[in-house]
Design a binder for this molecule. Sequence first.
Ligand code: ADP
Length: 317
Amino acid sequence: MSDRRALEIRGLRKTYDSGVEALRGIDLEVEEGAFFGLLGPNGAGKSTTIGILTSLIRKTAGSVSVFGMDLDRDPLGVKRAIGVVPQEVNFNLFERPEQILVQQAGYYGVPARVARRRALESLEAMGLMDKKDQPSRGLSGGMKRRLMIARALVHQPRLLILDEPTAGVDIELRRTTWAMLEDINRSGVTIILTTHYLEEAETLCERIGIIDEGRLLLNRETQSLLAELAVETFVLDPVDALAEVPHLEGFETRRNSRGSIEVDLPRGQNLDRVFEQLADQGLRIRSMRNKANRLEELFVRLTESERAATDLTSQAV
Ligand code: ADP
């Protein structure tokens, strides 16, 4: 069955037995072939959402459909369509990579001979061929992560879901993983990942959904989101320590915790007027940079304004 939509979630709610309302009505669509990032602070409801998609958690209300298959009516079809890479390594460390992949394919009903061929292909693609017969406990952290991805793909799912795929890994490994995921997406697999790293979302995801306190605050194209951030922030390092935050006519200015000056500049405007005023005030600048992580700013702003809007949290603050 074909459907242009990889995922369609309507009115999804989850209240745990403890009474915690983890999801308070989520609507979300992800197009086939997309690379989608689900962002949100700790406790936002990301893992609960993934748990429901992968049948590990039972939803309280709402509907989920994956490539047109309804989770309630065709749980097996949904299960087959999805590959999951959990955050923590959860394969048996005493088993060997090839064995782990063949077994996984077996769970999905892939015949043994096909399973073996696919396992070897996946190991090759993930650069693990020479490790196929070694106990997997001997693999490096990066190799273990790649084995997790290979395992998630061995039954050839159309949707790959990754929960914080690069949490706690070094920059080099993060970039290798990104390149790998981009290749997988280019091969036609829809990817949904959760992440704490806004840079990861900005680099990989063509759309971003921001979730907080069980609600989807936003679901937009990454590029349009970035283009709409009307203000750029520049960080200026003064030669001498500042006694006070300089007042710059027409610009919002503040001092950050490292003693640098942060200036918000409307997009497209140049810095001449900033420097003129700094010079007039006798302030010398040693270096300047564009503040990275623009998404971070947006994210903080969004989640803060949402929190301010809910009685419950403003009481708690
Ligand atoms: P995230 O993955 O975005 O960090 P989670 O989906 O893990 O968020 O959690 C959402 C909310 O549900 C949090 O308040 C969390 O404490 C709560 N929660 C998660 N799992 C359980 C559970 N098994 N029982 C009770 N509450 C839970």
